[in-house]
Design a protein around this ligand. Structure first.
Ligand code: NAP
Length: 262
């Protein structure tokens, strides 16, 4: 773990869970370029997380602000590890953004084959931890708690509206809950300076498809996507960065599909 130091507040601190790779890493880089001090979390790939930290620090230096990005290890299958992420982020400056990005899929199978252990892990990482992280963020950002406001972006999935039959209905259901979290929390804290939105990516070319047992899924599905190809992590991050920005000041409770028309 990179030891966080007190950084220049700038736009404040952005925590990006699962920021070591894929969509989260792309979000971290874009937010750093936009002036946030980024704190990425990762589960096990410290080398990848440290590379993202280096890229974020380079972006900060290019902006003329002190380099203060940090990486914090936390397995979100164990919610007890969540508070430590936010106390580490507190050392970087005031929290103004949370990107609830970390998420997992599992081997493709039918519901009648799924075990309780699989479901517990899926919902703990994708749903329970996202709600707990949102609570940590609200306690820091809400004017009700003395904060100065901020923005939460939850990473949903097109699976939430497609259901993923025969693939991972459990994953789809865990993301359906993320959509509902977004709608409810947005209304709960709208009067407290905190905006809450979700991005719902379609099929994006990242390593997540390896753990589903079908690494070639983005290429195989390309023909069934109206735009004709899988998306990139950067294309999802652009939507996240916009939702975090002051340009989205009147947008809350929105669920933005970034799915190539699928
Ligand atoms: P990815 O490339 O597999 O990256 C996953 C990230 O989450 C990594 O930083 C990983 O850390 C971290 N992570 C994994 N398990 C974790 C755990 N138990 N605790 C804490 N962190 C954990 O995934 P991605 O494709 O970028 O997906 C990011 C988000 O987008 C997920 O919520 C996913 O459901 C959603 N999404 C993805 C797609 C897609 O097609 N790719 C589509 C729709 C939605 P390590 O590097 O340490 O492993």
């Amino acid at each position: 773990m990179t030891q966080p130091e007190q950084g220049d507040a700038g736009r404040g601190v952005a925590v990006v869970t699962g920021g070591s790779r894929g969509i989260g890493a792309a979000c971290a880089r874009l937010l750093a370029r936009a002036g946030w001090t980024v704190c990425v979390t990762y589960r096990s790939n410290e080398a990848a997380a440290q590379e993202v930290v280096r890229e974020c620090d380079a972006a900060a230096r290019a902006l003329g602000t002190p380099a203060g990005a940090a990486a914090v290890a936390a397995d979100l299958a164990d919610p007890a590890q969540i508070p430590g992420v936010f106390t580490a982020a507190d050392r970087l400056g005031p929290l103004t953004v949370l990107v609830n990005n970390a998420g997992i899929v599992d081997r493709q199978m039918r519901v009648d084959e799924m075990t309780a252990g699989r479901l517990t892990r899926m919902f703990t990482v994708n749903t329970v931890s996202s709600i707990l992280c949102a609570g940590e963020a609200v306690r820091r950002m809400s004017t009700r708690h003395g904060g100065a406001g901020g923005s939460i972006v939850n990473m949903s999935s097109a699976a939430a509206r497609l259901g993923s039959p025969g693939l991972y209905v459990d994953y789809a259901a865990s993301k359906g809950a993320i959509d509902t979290l977004t709608l409810g929390l947005a209304r709960e804290v709208a009067g407290e300076g905190v905006r809450v939105n979700a991005v719902r990516p379609g099929i994006i070319a990242t390593d997540i498809h390896i753990s589903s047992g079908e690494p070639q899924r983005p290429a195989r599905m390309a023909g069934s996507i109206p735009i004709g190809r899988a998306g990139t992590a950067d294309e999802v991050a652009q939507a996240v960065a916009w939702l975090c920005s002051p340009a989205a000041s009147y947008t809350t409770g929105a669920i933005l599909d970034v799915a190539g028309g699928r």
